[in-house]
Design a protein around this ligand. Sequence first.
Ligand code: DGY
Length: 329
Amino acid sequence: MQKILVARPIFPDVIERLKQYFDVDWNQGDVLPADELTRRIADKDGALTAGDPIGAAVLAAAPRLRVVSNMAVGYNNFDMAAFNASNVLGTNTPDVLNESTADFGWALMMAAARRIAESEHWLRAGQWQKWTYDGFLGSDLHGSTLGVIGMGRIGQALARRAKGFNMQVIYHNRSRVAPEIEADLNAQYVSKQDLLRRADHVVLVLPYTKENHHTIGAAELAMMKPTATLTNIARGGIVDDAALVEALRSKTIAAAGLDVFEGEPDLNPDLLSVPNIVLTPHIASATEATRRAMANLAADNLIAALGEGPRAGQPPNPINPEVIGKARS
Ligand code: DGY
């Protein structure tokens, strides 16, 4: 029987599925430190990860390893150059999380714009004495301009929801989406600078790459309207968190919502003392149905990539399909 490592706690019934095909080493405890991950993956044919860093050293330590299946759509934890050099397949879990993640993007954006977390903390602290005409004035979503940076599948799901709020949608992306998608979403392609200057609510939905590091820093925040909000449901590192703290303190922008952070789960501690920000612990895809779908898709990828199950040899979501069938190097 082939051996696999499941590096994180996941739904036990998904582990039972995997056990039908594999000898499973399941980490049910804390995130594995690099040395333990390297030790436990060394004799495995495949692995299931969820954000665990997999680079050249880990791959070199595991000469039998043929596939690493990430339970996430983002795979910036994989060094894909090292995967390609070793002929190891990487897989991810796109699509099944689009709608839940888009819902959550709206929840964060609305919470930031309407100051929900800030006013709730104030209420819980016993500070509510009387209703006032100017208590926690926020900014409207309806009729405003939504700026989406990253118009992939989640960005499109997010933009589609803007119709119900009668919002104008502008977007920036590596490349323009097809004209029929633009027409369906009523979305206009603009430069990043134009988007930052015009949008009332900016949402980040782009993958993390070296090129996207600090896509939003001090200069970009300075271009935004003082009434604008910024929401990040993409990846930490896309926003310069220190620059964001400064921009929120100085009211360069009105408010922000962050679900992802540079160096998470460690946070820039200054974020915690800024009132006009909503902070959540990377839960945009966290609904029962969606996390189950992600876990099952990650298992499907692993089972098929290791030549088992109904799709043997044809994993649904290969990131680097060119290595399929090549000998491990
Ligand atoms: C993803 O799928 O990339 C989400 O951010 C969960 O990690």
